[in-house]
Design a protein around this ligand. Sequence first.
Ligand SMILES: Nc1ncnc2c1ncn2[C@@H]1O[C@H](COP(=O)(O)OP(=O)(O)O)[C@@H](O)[C@H]1O
Ligand SMILES: [Mg+2]
Length: 302
Amino acid sequence: MITTQGLTKVFGAVTAVNRVDLRIEKGEIFGVVGPDGAGKTTLLRMLCGIITPTAGRVTFDAVASGRGPDARPVLGYMPQRFGLYGDLTVIENVNFHGALYGLDRRAIGRRADELLRLTGLIEFKQRFADHLSGGMKQKLALTCALLARPEVLVLDEPTYGVDPEYRKEFWKILYRLNGEGVTIVVSTAYMDEAELCHRVAFVNCGTLIAVDTPGNLKEKYPYKILELEAEAVDLDFIGDLPGVIEAAAYGGRYRLAVREVEAAKVALGALLADKGIDILRLEEVPPTMEDVFVFLAGKGVV
Ligand SMILES: Nc1ncnc2c1ncn2[C@@H]1O[C@H](COP(=O)(O)OP(=O)(O)O)[C@@H](O)[C@H]1O
Ligand SMILES: [Mg+2]
């Protein structure tokens, strides 16, 4: 549905997006995943035609809607920082954005109720946007992005900084929209959200480091993960054990990336016994998207 070739954006000394080749298929939930400053916003803005690439291009498949060979699919864009008017009510914000999209009042009215029901804001129609919670503001932003009935919905970190309960709800709405045929391109820095996408593009420092399904990405991860809980608090020395690629503490537990599970268990057992530290738990767990990202980002190659 959308193809990018050599897509590049340079801001002065910073290459925000560096020669990105991507293909986003119709009907998928496509995640653009990476840390702050990775180039997600710049990439999404170029997909939507909001900023001009320094080099490369974005092309859209011909739209089978009788709108002509050069027609682009209808795009809905929800920016990272959405311009809601705090002193307008929910419905006034919707009307205002509908007018920006060039929709007439009647079309907006019909669509507004349907969308506010979908996003769960129907009861808050008359509330001032300033009086909405962070999560509800994001839902209002989504409502506005959906007014033009987009075939492709592009969302830039829509769940940034909102609580987990709300994030779950937001993703439920995205799945419903996708079930109705909307192609979704969504950026996030949350690795647990990467799991929810059909396919994920990992970006780091403007570069695409992998594109695949979460399942395939995890399958290709070359190491095993061990989780360790022990009596002692500071176990940073285990990172130096041969065969341990990486060790990091997560709230009282250690996660270790190792080459060989059994060999690592034996070596760890011996080392900790030697120091008189009891192991409370030591077992293999599946890799997460975070593990995969850390590995790929460290490798610096596709
Ligand atoms: N308009 C701009 N002018 C100068 N530098 C920019 C501009 N927009 C983004 N950048 C830089 O490009 C890089 C990528 O930014 P951005 O696309 O916002 O990443 P992300 O959305 O993943 O946090 C950052 O180093 C950022 O400072
Ligand atoms: Mg951003």
